[in-house]
Design a protein around this ligand. Structure first.
Ligand code: DOR
Ligand code: ZN
Ligand code: ZN
Length: 391
């Protein structure tokens, strides 16, 4: 087979540290198979499937299933993320060691969607993770500050009568966990950084030599809370879309290396869970198939990142954060490669019904972007080509 890469950009396969596939539990909204197709089309060769499934991925039975099913589908390596606590409720630590030594070899544990807000429990989680050599990825939401909150706390939410989610809900946990990680001599990863204040805290923590890393989503780089004007629940997400000044600070931080990588927080939801009143709708938006295009628009076109930088934030740094060192490593000389080709001239318009995801909750509907993934190879095998997954 001949792949004509004329005029295209060759990048290492992308690694997404934050993907919600809905298997097991909500296969009506996404399966490992449909999510793998979306990932391949988005240029990904590895995704980390978040633990808030049903049942929760707090046991080796679930994490091994996710890994095995991903391998069976064969479009992308689906690495299971284990839950930090049993049932995600944050009361008792899950058996991380058992999950880490299973077939799924869990290397990242998260409380995503349900912050571990008990500092004592978080301290023990960090210490335990440190002894296992695994990573804790913190959703960073102090729930006592977000009770009933549905949108960023600011002038827009106030005018629209939407209950506000303060920046402090995120920043107080980021600050706390940076200190806890320092004292435990452990690593901590901050999920979906969304505020300028989080950027300052991560910068401070790194300057102290604390082992902290952070990710940012494409939607927090591109969108802001002005999108709420329509009350369209497609714009509802946790953490919420912030103000334009936060988005600008996040873009600069990604350019400067304070934020390490892009992660999608791909969160499929059913129509009926998104079409209701804003306050009642589920939070989350699709991300896998649009991520690269948004990074080109927000980071490459304004000159904040060059293509080398894109490889860093989409592939190399996320891989390094989770220590992918065997088949997950983006490019290894002498081995079949994980590669992504991007056509920088291929403008396209997002249509939810043309995406591979089972769900349609993209906030980018009808938006036109400047570049698109054309080809993805997993260990030398085509997994997506000209808009078709499967190769
Ligand atoms: O917007 C979000 N959606 N944030 C989360 O923390 C969870 C996720 C989901 O599972 O839908
Ligand atoms: Zn989250
Ligand atoms: Zn998430």
């Amino acid at each position: 087979e001949i792949i004509d890469a004329h005029g295209q950009i060759l990048l290492p396969g992308f690694v997404d540290l934050h993907t919600h596939l809905r298997e097991p539990g909500r296969e009506d909204t996404e399966t490992i198979e449909s999510g793998s197709a979306a990932a391949a089309l988005g240029g990904y060769t590895a995704v980390f499937a978040m633990a808030n499934t049903s049942p929760v991925a707090d046991s080796v039975v679930v994490t091994d299933h996710v890994w095995r099913r991903g391998q069976e589908v064969g479009l992308v390596d689906v690495y299971p993320v284990g839950a930090v606590t049993v049932g995600l409720e944050g009361k008792q630590l899950a058996e991380m060691g058992t999950m880490a030594s299973g077939v799924g070899a869990v290397r990242m544990f998260s409380d995503d969607g349900h912050c571990v807000y008990d500092p004592l429990l978080m301290r023990r989680a960090l210490e335990y993770a440190n002894t296992l050599g695994v990573l804790i990825a913190q959703h960073a939401e102090e729930p006592r500050l977000t009770k009933g909150a549905v949108a960023h706390e600011g002038p827009t939410a106030a005018r629209l009568g939407l209950a506000g989610w303060p920046r402090a809900a995120e920043e107080s946990i980021v600050a706390r966990d940076a200190i806890l990680a320092r004292d435990a001599g452990a690593r901590v990863h901050i999920c979906h950084a969304s505020t300028a204040g989080t950027v300052e805290l991560v910068k401070w923590a790194k300057a102290q030599g604390i082992s902290i890393t952070a990710e940012v989503t494409p939607h927090h780089l591109l969108l802001d809370d002005s999108r709420l004007e329509t009350y369209d629940a497609v714009n509802k997400v946790n953490p919420p879309l912030r103000e334009a000044s936060d988005a600008a600070a996040l873009r600069q931080a990604l350019a400067d290396g304070i934020i390490d990588c892009v992660a999608t927080d791909h969160a499929p939801h059913a129509e009926q869970d998104k079409c209701c009143e804003f306050a009642a709708a589920r939070p989350g938006m699709l991300g896998l198939e649009t991520a690269l295009s948004i990074i080109v628009q927000t980071m490459v076109e304004p000159g904040l990142l060059d293509w080398r930088g894109v490889a860093r934030v989409m592939s190399e740094q996320p891989a390094a954060i989770v220590g992918l060192d065997e088949h997950g490593r983006p490019i290894e000389v002498g081995e079949p490669a994980n590669l992504t080709l991007v056509d920088p001239e291929a403008g396209w318009t997002v249509r939810a019904n043309e995406l591979a995801s089972i769900s349609n909750n993209t906030p980018f509907e009808d938006m036109t972007f400047p570049a698109r993934v054309t080809t993805t190879l997993l260990r030398g095998r085509v997994t997506a080509r000209e808009g078709k997954a499967g190769g």
